[in-house]
Design a protein around this ligand. Structure first.
Ligand code: CMP
Length: 137
């Protein structure tokens, strides 16, 4: 079994899409091993997206990710990292496949409804960023 970190981003939370996105997650066979709602502070978002600090979209991304609550999820299944990325669809919703979460719900390449870890190394870092041991079941 593999684990990955999912985030339901502020745009999707604002539009009352938490339930719909969690339904898709469960239908696709993921087990939710931890889950909580929180509001990132500027320093949290900056550190979570540290790898993107040189990118032109970094400041706007930090603003967006701190603009409202997010829901963070620890997801588990075989091939969880690749399967969650497939379930989310391409970063840019214009390029996302039919039926993917981003095709269904994303507003733009930035306000793209959900996040997922891109590698086993980053999944571990991102899971540890949000969840301590007693929060994981
Ligand atoms: P995410 O999968 O969370 O990883 C980095 C985030 O940066 C991405 O989703 C988008 O929200 C944002 N992002 C990536 N590329 C761009 C871009 N070209 N312009 C604006 N935002 C972007």
């Amino acid at each position: 079994m593999e684990q990955t970190l999912g985030i339901i981003k502020p745009d999707a939370v604002k539009k009352n899409l938490i339930g719909k996105i969690i339904s898709i997650i469960e239908e696709k066979g993921f087990k939710i091993r931890a889950m909580k709602m929180l509001k990132l502070r500027e320093e949290d978002a900056k550190s979570f997206y540290f790898v993107h600090r040189e990118k032109p979209f970094y400041n706007d991304l930090v603003k967006f990710m701190t603009s409202g609550p997010v829901v963070v999820l620890l997801l588990e299944k075989e091939n969880a990292i690749a399967d969650w990325r497939k379930t989310m669809g391409a970063t840019n919703p214009a390029e996302a496949e039919e039926g993917t979460i981003r095709k269904l719900f994303a507003e733009s390449i930035q306000n793209n409804a959900v996040h997922g870890s891109d590698s086993p190394e980053n999944a571990l870092i991102e899971i540890n960023f949000f969840f301590n041991k007693i929060e994981r079941v």
